[in-house]
Design a protein around this ligand. Structure first.
Ligand SMILES: [Zn+2]
Length: 136
């Protein structure tokens, strides 16, 4: 079987949610560079994140499912300031001064916290903390 890159993710949690959704639909997929990113978060940008690889003949269906997933997530988040759903979640790698705390967090087992998440509202510019993904 031939696999192609369909999306990439800055962290383990998002990559696994996406893979779970596709697998539930019977789509063959796997995560590339997962070990690199999980062992050394600093390398995440260098390798371009965790890559979701999908079997070529199922790629179009997978793309549709991932688009639905993003839409669902978007609809569930509203700006606390203006109520808009025009929200995009952005990842903010911690500043150098927080590197040690990221490292500690990593060794304590909660790797997902190594990258800060904020929701950015495109209507009023307000930024607020990212919500936990469903299932956490
Ligand atoms: Zn807003």
């Amino acid at each position: 079987m031939e696999y192609i890159l369909i999306n990439s993710y800055p962290n383990y949690v998002e990559a696994h949610i996406a893979r779970g959704v596709l697998e539930e639909e019977g789509i063959h997929c796997w995560l590339r560079d997962e070990n690199t990113v999980t062992i050394d978060p600093i390398l995440t940008n260098a390798v371009g994140g965790i890559k979701l690889m999908v079997e070529k003949s199922q790629a179009q269906r997978a793309a549709n499912l991932l688009a639905d997933l993003r839409k669902e997530h978007k609809a569930s988040v509203a700006c606390p300031q203006c109520g808009s759903h025009n929200i995009e979640q952005v990842s903010t790698p911690r500043k150098a001064i927080n590197w040690l705390s990221s490292l500690l967090t990593f060794f304590l087992g909660d790797y997902a916290m190594a990258i800060d998440k904020v929701n950015h509202c495109f209507d009023c510019g307000h930024e607020f903390p990212g919500e936990k993904e469903p299932g956490d």
